[in-house]
Design a protein around this ligand. Sequence first.
Ligand SMILES: C[S@@+](CC[C@H](N)C(=O)[O-])C[C@H]1O[C@@H](n2cnc3c(N)ncnc32)[C@H](O)[C@@H]1O
Length: 271
Amino acid sequence: MPETNSGNKIYGYDENLWYEMLKSQYWTGDRDIDLIEVLLRKKGRIKRILDLGCGVGRISNRLAVCGFEVTGIDLSKKCIEEAKRDAKKLGVSKNTNYFVGDYKEFCLDPTTPSEFDAAICILAPAWKTVDDMRVFFSSLCKKIRKKGILILVDILKEKFLNSLLSSPSIQNWFRFSEDILSLHTWNYDPVNSRVRTEKVFYRRSGENLRYVVRIKQEYALYSINDYFEALSKSWRIEGIFTFPINMLRLDNFNDPWWLFSTIIVAESNPP
Ligand SMILES: C[S@@+](CC[C@H](N)C(=O)[O-])C[C@H]1O[C@@H](n2cnc3c(N)ncnc32)[C@H](O)[C@@H]1O
């Protein structure tokens, strides 16, 4: 029997499955929050944060617990509902403001709130080309005060290839959390600089696993240079970081996302 679909698609996934996946990974926020907080605090006076593609509030709710005021935007209604529920549980509803929407439209719209001190975009890219990135970062800059900060986490070509050379096993991995097992296969096409992924999902059903869906995708991998170019008109890159090795813990050993992701920190520098 096929699973019921919500009809909405997020990155090609049925929204229900997407929501379940993000929810099951909520705990990884405890692992990631310290580094994000340190990067934000380094800049001094940071209070109002815009979380672009906030998912279920994995980072934004934790930032609110740290005392920041966070506005989170996500395409998924189910994720936003969960982020609000969790904010309530954590007692940070007053510090958080969540809404369903496309963050690119939010940034392009002159009537939406601005004067944030910082924006974060963690594994939530919505651009298809370098030109698209350039337009987006210029519009984002108008929402952030001068010398405000941007923290971007994405899979950059250099880091991905480096990880691939040092540990080819990053091409095949699995994740088993709550009731869902997903098998991930990543192949790199060096000519077109794209990764092709295939993810197969199974759901626990008593003692067995029941097949749910197979999702094939293709992504462009951007280089550090692409980001430099796209950001250069309105942002000044302050640093490029990788996640520290102490994130290697047995409970996320099979999930190499943090191994091939890169953090870009930039300061807003409007023309
Ligand atoms: C991999 S999740 C990461 C969520 C969150 N940043 C975190 O670290 O837990 C990416 C999220 O970005 C959202 N997203 C992608 N493009 C978006 C867009 N244009 N506008 C709003 N949300 C978007 C997706 O719906 C998804 O929930």
